[in-house]
Ligand binder design. Structure first.
Ligand SMILES: CC(C)(COP(=O)(O)OP(=O)(O)OC[C@H]1O[C@@H](n2cnc3c(N)ncnc32)[C@H](O)[C@@H]1OP(=O)(O)O)[C@@H](O)C(=O)NCCC(=O)NCCS
Length: 395
């Protein structure tokens, strides 16, 4: 079948199509039908997209309207998840076409980034995605934290705390790279009272919330694990208090699960037994720069840096992203103009990995997707230097 012969519709599913979309999701992820039906019936139907080709629903996905923090700024980032192609339609470029629609839709709405968890790196590399950061799930014996009394008071979170929790999350997210800014429905499911295995905790200092954690119970066969689903602390006393509190709470658990990037505060605060942490799961998420100039201008940069980057970008999908850009960085911001000398030749995938502060230029150069004079490469490193990106969210 040629592209020209294909009658293709990319859109939100119509009410009469939700059952088919649910079945497609369940079959693709090998879950009972109720799983897909749960997604399509959930409170977030506006995130669902389907690809109908010649009258057949060939693919479905959720596209979350995230923001993602880089250089202290929350930037709009579309988040494809549960991407599913009908079994009988696979191997014909359907997923690739769906990704193209998702990115086109984002670009048209002014969304410069896209982030996802890849099942196959090849599929997403074809669409311009590249490694952007880690989600590392640490598993360790809570007894290793010790039964220390929290320095600051910790109390149960109530609904009245939710606005403060979001503000804390935003402040903490601005200090690192890669954290997701969540839409309303995501906060609701995280902080809502619907799950009896979940609880929220607030650390206070002089009557102000300075840290929080959302914990839940994970049952794995005979084992009961306490999971830290989300947390943030604004200062060392808040971080230590949260950790001591969680350690005490998890004392009877078979393990404590903690998700996040390559550096998490527990790594620094555990006494001498950090080497006892097991890696339960190790996922590398991928980032796509859908709109190069908009993404470069939206990000924050080191305040003291005053430099120019002369980029020559290659992108197989978007000619608007290709060619020379002069990026002037001053006062923590970038101004991007067409032109410059194009001294740094860089593929859009390599740019995503650098942009995320996931890897250093010297590491990215080893892939062959970045080259340029040593001084220019050094400036690139200064512009996108850490903290190394990570996220706790899974989607
Ligand atoms: C993975 C999936 C979405 C691919 O859909 P598809 O329409 O067959 O993919 P495409 O035809 O667009 O393939 C594009 C590229 O992805 C890669 N790819 C596709 N399916 C793959 C698989 N199962 N494993 C590894 N790589 C794969 C190939 O490199 C392919 O390029 P090529 O044809 O030039 O070799 C589909 O098999 C599916 O729905 N699987 C079950 C659900 C799932 O795993 N979703 C992914 C969640 S992140």
């Amino acid at each position: 079948m040629t592209e020209a012969a294909l009658l293709s519709e990319y859109r939100a599913p119509r009410p009469g199509e939700l059952e088919t979309a649910g079945r497609l999701l369940s079959e693709s992820f090998i879950f009972p039908r109720t799983w897909g039906a749960g997604i399509t019936a959930s409170s977030e139907p506006e995130t669902l997209r389907v690809l109908v080709e010649n009258g057949e629903m060939n693919a479905a996905a959720m596209v979350h309207p995230w923001r993602q923090y880089f250089g202290g700024q929350p930037i709009a980032s579309s988040g494809p998840g549960a991407l599913a192609v009908a079994p009988e339609a696979r191997g014909k470029g359907v997923a690739t076409r769906l990704l193209r629609h998702i990115l086109d839709e984002g670009r048209a709405a002014g969304v410069p980034l896209s982030v996802l968890y890849p099942a196959s790196r090849q599929l997403y590399a074809k669409a311009g995605y590249a490694p952007g950061g880690w989600r590392i799930s640490r598993l360790f014996d809570p007894a290793k934290i010790g039964m220390r009394k929290p320095e600051l008071p910790v109390r149960r979170m109530t609904e009245a705390d939710h606005a403060a929790v979001r503000a804390l999350h935003d402040r903490a997210a601005r200090l690192t790279n890669g954290w997701l800014g969540r839409p309303e429905y995501r906060w609701k499911s995280l902080l809502g009272s619907g799950d009896e295995l979940r609880a929220g905790w607030i650390v206070e200092q002089q009557g102000e919330a300075v840290g929080y954690a959302v914990t839940s119970v994970v049952l794995r066969g005979e084992k009961r694990l306490l999971q830290v689903e989300d947390q943030a602390a604004l200062n060392p006393a808040a971080a230590k208090s949260l950790l001591s509190f969680i350690g005490g709470q998890a004392f009877q658990a078979h393990g404590l699960l903690w998700h996040g990037g390559s550096f998490e505060i527990i790594d620094a605060l555990l006494p001498e037994n950090a080497h006892k942490i097991e890696i339960d799961r190790w996922l590398e998420w991928c980032l796509r720069i859908a709109d190069v100039p908009a993404a470069l201008e939206a990000r924050g940069y080191p305040e003291s840096l005053d430099t120019e980057l002369h980029l020559d970008v290659a992108d197989d999908w978007y000619p608007e992203n290709c060619g020379r850009f002069l990026v002037t960085i001053r006062g923590g911001k970038a101004d991007v103009k067409r032109g410059g000398e194009g001294r740094v030749r860089i593929d859009v995938r390599a740019l995503a990995t650098l942009y995320a502060s996931h890897r250093a230029p010297s590491e990215v150069m080893m892939t062959g997707a970045l080259c340029g004079p040593p001084c220019d490469i050094e400036q690139l490193g200064f512009a996108f230097r850490g903290p190394a990106s990570g996220m706790a969210d899974m989607f």
